[in-house]
Design a protein around this ligand. Structure first.
Ligand code: HEM
Length: 207
């Protein structure tokens, strides 16, 4: 049994930092949203039990702190990817885009077409990972558009106006949550070795 290097320390650090940052951004965003009582669509007892009222300042404090962490981590990851050449493993080629739907149909056993196992990310992974990066970027841009609609009026206008920017901000958040759910299912299907390699950086290889 040989050990093969798979994920660099920079990649793993940046990846795992995303988990608390994104989960806490979603949570603090919900606190901001629910600070307006008309938006809470749950029974009064649940609001009371889970202490969901009047937490606007707390939600904003976390949201506007963690957004800088997301931006810093995003910039770090993009610089790392370009300097190391890692972006080539991540960004789908035109062939990956063509194979995206056929790969998913094959993975779901709907089509009989077989894709050879390789060390590379498969077309669905590449599209999903690049999509998650784009959604993270989109969440930051639309976030600034609704955070500073006067100071950054040009950005708000570029996002289609305040209400559209707000809608897009929610859409990015829902997209990231859906990505995370599918990502976790796929990591579960792929097995312990894949998860372990994202922690240690190494993967066992048969010699
Ligand atoms: C507890 C939650 C998570 C677990 C267990 C997990 C696990 C993993 C694993 C095992 C891989 C490696 C896949 C492989 O080698 O084939 C991976 C890759 C990746 N994950 Fe996650 N992940 C989690 C959360 C997230 C979050 C929140 C994001 C960002 C929105 C994310 C984005 C990515 C990306 C972009 C890659 C590709 C990394 C690269 O090579 O650049 N993951 N994840």
């Amino acid at each position: 049994m040989l050990l093969k290097h798979k994920h660099s320390l920079s990649l793993r650090l940046s990846h795992w930092l995303n988990v608390p940052i994104i989960l806490m951004l979603v949570w603090s965003g919900i606190l901001i949203y629910w600070a307006y009582p008309a938006y809470i669509s749950m029974p009064a007892w649940a609001v009371e039990k889970f202490n969901l009222h009047h937490r606007l300042a707390e939600g904003m404090g976390w949201h506007f702190t963690l957004m800088w962490a997301l931006i810093a981590n995003g910039i770090f990851f993009v610089i790392y990817s370009f300097v190391s050449g890692h972006w080539r493993a991540l960004v789908p080629t035109s062939r990956d885009l063509k194979n995206f739907i056929p790969f998913i149909l094959s993975d779901l056993r709907i089509s009989k077409r077989k894709f050879p196992e390789t060390d590379e990310y498969n077309p669905a992974q590449k599209v999903a990972y690049t999509g998650a990066l784009i959604m993270g970027f989109g969440a930051v841009i639309t976030g600034f558009a609704i955070f500073k609609p006067v100071l950054l009026g040009w950005l708000t206008a570029l996002c289609g106006g305040y209400q559209t920017a707000r809608f897009l901000h929610f859409a990015m958040m829902i997209g990231l949550v859906l990505f995370l759910i599918v990502h976790l299912i796929q990591v579960g299907r792929s097995g312990w070795a894949t998860f372990q390699s994202m922690i240690s950086g190494y993967e066992h290889e048969q010699d």
